[in-house]
Design a protein around this ligand. Structure first.
Ligand code: SAH
Ligand code: SF4
Ligand code: F3S
Length: 373
C-alpha cells in the first residue's frame, strides 16, 4: 500500500505533511513516486490567499479520472482550507469522490478516518485540542529538521485567516522541544534546525511558568553538537532586545531574520491591526544592524489592502528602499471570508493591486541589482 502527499502553504504545512507521512507509515503505507501508483492521496491545503484555494480545487478535480480507474483509491483533503466548514462543504459537494475531509484540529485522527472510510464519509470538525506529542514525524527536508515550537496565532491581523484555521497560540513545553532537538542532533543527519511558529517571539507566554523565546534559544544552543539554528516567523511587535542580543551572541544561531512589515504606512498598519508603526519597525531594524551588521533581513508585504491610496502604497516602496532587504515577498491583498478586512468598504480593484505588486517587485529587483554591484 502506497501513499502520495501534495502540500500547499507555509513551512508549517510542509512539516505537518511530515507528520501525515509518519501516521501513514505507522499504518503500513510506504511512499509512492507518483499519484498514479498511490493507494491513498492526501492534499494538505492552505487558505492564506484565494489563489492557494483555487489551485486545490483544480488539482483535486483532476483526480476524478484516477478514482474512476481505481475504486479503492482513497482521497483525503486536510489542512487550513478544510478547517473552514463552508469550504470543506463546498469541496465535498463539488467532488463527491473525495473520501476524507478533515481540518487542522482533527489531523491527529487521520489514521482513524482512513480505517473508517469504508463505513462512509462524514464531516466532523473538532474543537482545538492539546498539542499531540505522540505522533511520529517522517522528516523529508534533507539536512534541515523542522521543529514546531508552538501552534496557532492570537494576533488577528485583520486580513489573515490563520487564527481561524489554526486556533489560539499554544506553546509546546520546553522540555519536549529540547528532547526532540537532542534526538535530532543524536541522529547525526541534520545540519540545520529550524524552529517553526506563526509568531515565534511570543513563545512561552501561555506556559506556566512563563518562559521567553530568548531563553528557549539559549537553552537549545547549550545542546552539544554541530548544527545551525534558525526560526520563523518573527512578529515585529514582539521581537525583543533580548532576542536580538541572543541571536548576535550565539554562534549556532544563523544571522537571518524574516521580519514581515506588511506595509510602510501607519494608517494601513493600524487598519491591519499590526500593533507597530513604521517608526517602531525601523527602530528594530536599526537595533538589528547595530548588533549584527551582516544579518540578512527579509520581509513580506501586502499591497492593495482595503482603502490603500497610491501615496500610502508609495510609503511601502519607500520603506523597502530605506531598509534594503536581502529579499522580499509581495502579495496582492486577498479577501478571506470571516476576517475583518474582507468586510471593509473600498476594496481595491484587482488591476490596481496587480500594478502595485508589479511596481514593488520591480523596485526590489532594481535594489537587488544595485546591492550586488
Ligand atoms: N505569521 C506570519 C505570516 C503568516 S502568512 C506573520 O505574521 O508575519 C504569510 C504571509 O502571507 C503574511 O506575512 C502576509 O504577507 C501574507 N498574507 C496573509 N494573509 C493574506 C491575505 N489575506 N492576502 C494577501 N496576503 C496575505
Ligand atoms: Fe496572520 Fe497576523 Fe497571525 Fe501572522 S501574526 S499568522 S499575519 S494573524
Ligand atoms: Fe497557509 Fe495554513 Fe500556513 S493558511 S500559510 S498553510 S498556516
Amino acid at each position: 500500500m502506497k501513499y502520495f502527499i501534495v502540500t500547499y502553504g507555509c513551512q508549517m504545512n510542509v512539516h505537518e505533511s511530515e507528520k501525515i507521512a509518519g501516521i501513514l507509515e505507522k499504518l503500513g503505507y510506504t511512499q509512492a513516486d507518483t499519484r498514479e501508483t498511490a493507494d491513498i492521496i492526501v492534499f494538505n491545503t492552505c487558505a492564506i490567499r484565494e489563489g492557494a484555494e483555487d489551485r486545490v480545487f483544480g488539482n483535486v478535480g483532476n483526480l476524478k479520472k484516477l478514482k474512476k480507474n481505481n475504486k479503492d483509491l482513497i482521497i483525503a483533503v486536510c489542512g487550513c482550507m478544510t478547517q473552514k466548514e463552508q469550504t470543506a462543504q463546498k469541496l465535498m459537494n463539488t467532488f463527491p469522490f473525495i473520501d476524507i475531509v478533515i481540518g487542522t484540529f482533527n489531523l491527529p485522527k487521520l489514521g482513524y478516518y482512513i480505517e473508517a472510510v469504508k463505513k462512509g464519509r462524514q464531516l466532523e470538525l473538532f474543537d482545538e485540542g492539546e498539542i499531540d506529542e505522540t505522533l511520529p514525524y517522517k522528516r523529508t527536508s534533507g539536512d534541515n529538521a523542522w521543529v514546531n515550537i508552538m501552534q496557532g496565532c492570537n494576533n488577528f491581523c485583520t486580513y489573515c485567516i490563520v487564527p481561524y484555521v489554526r486556533g489560539r497560540e499554544k506553546s509546546r513545553k520546553e522540555e519536549n522541544i529540547l528532547k526532540e532537538i537532542k534526538e535530532i542532533v543524536a541522529e547525526g543527519k541534520y545540519k540545520k534546525i529550524t524552529l517553526l511558529g506563526q509568531n515565534v517571539n511570543s513563545y512561552g507566554k501561555d506556559l506556566n511558568p512563563q518562559i521567553t523565546f530568548a531563553k528557549l534559544l539559549r537553552d537549545i544552543c547549550l545542546i552539544e553538537g554541530n548544527f545551525t539554528l534558525s526560526f520563523m516567523t518573527s512578529h515585529p511587535k514582539d521581537l525583543t532586545d533580548d532576542v536580538i542580543q541572543t541571536i548576535a551572541e550565539e554562534d549556532k544561531i544563523e544571522k537571518f531574520i524574516h521580519l514581515p512589515a506588511q506595509s510602510g504606512n501607519n494608517r494601513i498598519l493600524k487598519l491591519m491591526n499590526r500593533s507597530y508603526t513604521r517608526e517602531k519597525y525601523l527602530d528594530i531594524i536599526k537595533k538589528i544592524r547595530e548588533k549584527m551588521p551582516n544579518c540578512r533581513i527579509t520581509s513580506d508585504f501586502i499591497v492593495g489592502f482595503p482603502t490603500e491610496t497610491e501615496e500610502e502604497f508609495n510609503d511601502t516602496c519607500d520603506l523597502v528602499k530605506q531598509v534594503g532587504y536581502d529579499s522580499i515577498f509581495a502579495f496582492k491583498y486577498s479577501p478571506r471570508e470571516g476576517t475583518v478586512a474582507s468586510k471593509m468598504e473600498d476594496q481595491i480593484p484587482e488591476e490596481v493591486k496587480g500594478e502595485r505588486v508589479n511596481k514593488l517587485l520591480a523596485l526590489e529587483k532594481k535594489l537587488q541589482k544595485e546591492n550586488k554591484k
